[in-house]
Design a protein around this ligand. Structure first.
Ligand code: MF3
Ligand code: CO
Ligand code: CO
Length: 264
């Protein structure tokens, strides 16, 4: 595993990319209302990124080994969809929860972040899943420190998810990020404290736990991208891009409109 340590100039470019990705979520947040289609959400985000921010939407035509090119500019994963939901004709309805995942490329560097949105009034169960998953993300982030281990992040997330009665998706993980969308290391959302890669200042990776209300098992839809829970239980995900600093961590995907970090 070759983990790239970013230098000062690279970190500055990652800060810019991260902020831009978060700004897209701030822009789209008020538009996530009953009646809008995920295709319209994609079009609005695409135009904001390309025409206003002058960034490249990283998902568009992205084709990792074994995948066909991704057809849209963002991911929209609704209810039992875990991740990589492909925008289309689907209309968001009152009571839905939806993850919107934004990755931009600015001056060659990637910023990657996602949030959950509640469409109108949603059930207490859906609200709780979104809240606990947000707490899982922040517990993961707050366990990042130089000299710590990758396993500290996974352990913190797994502990909170499972003690809340939920399960952690195993097949997808956080990832190193920089000039490449997905690079080493793999950041598992489960694990054991004190195990795994030793964290060093200058490492940049995402933390993006996918938490299911039911069982952990997933399957892929025939579109070759969309991942759903096998038992059709609700699933939630939140994502930030994080830098390991000399002291602790810095979240690179902050923006004025982002939900406040929970008191964990
Ligand atoms: N943004 C996703 C992540 O957090 C990856 C999406 S790949 C795509 O890693 F092709 F589906 F967009
Ligand atoms: Co990511
Ligand atoms: Co993402």
């Amino acid at each position: 595993m070759a983990v790239h340590i970013k230098n000062h100039d690279e970190i500055e470019l990652l800060r810019v990319a991260g902020r831009l990705a978060a700004d897209v979520l701030d822009y789209i947040a008020p538009k996530i209302q009953p009646g809008i289609s995920t295709g319209e959400v994609d079009r609005l985000c695409h135009d904001f990124m390309v025409d206003f921010q002058k960034v490249i939407p990283a998902p568009l035509d992205y084709a990792p080994p074994g995948y066909k090119p991704y057809p849209k500019s963002i991911c929209t994963s609704i209810n039992h969809q875990v991740c990589h939901g492909v925008p289309g004709d689907k209309i968001l309805r009152q009571g839905d929860i939806v993850n919107i995942d934004i990755t931009v490329i600015k001056d060659g560097f990637h910023g990657d972040t996602s949030r959950m949105f509640e469409v109108g009034n949603v059930s207490i169960q859906a609200k709780r899943l979104c809240r606990i998953t947000h707490e899982c993300l922040w517990l993961g982030i707050r366990s990042v420190r130089p000299g710590g281990n990758l396993g500290d992040i996974g352990a913190a997330i797994q502990n909170h998810a499972e003690s809340s009665g939920y399960s952690v998706v195993r097949e997808f993980c956080g990832h190193g990020i920089g000039r490449k969308f997905h690079e080493d290391p793999q950041v598992l959302h489960y694990g054991k404290r004190g195990i795994g890669l030793s964290l060093q200042p200058g490492m940049v990776f995402t933390i993006e736990p996918m938490i299911n209300a039911g069982k952990a098992a997933i399957r892929e839809l025939a579109d070759g991208w969309t991942i759903v829970t096998k038992d059709h239980s609700l699933s939630a995900q939140w994502e930030h891009t994080v830098l390991v600093t000399d002291e602790s961590f810095e979240v690179l995907t902050m923006s004025p409109g982002m939900p406040a970090a929970p008191i964990t």
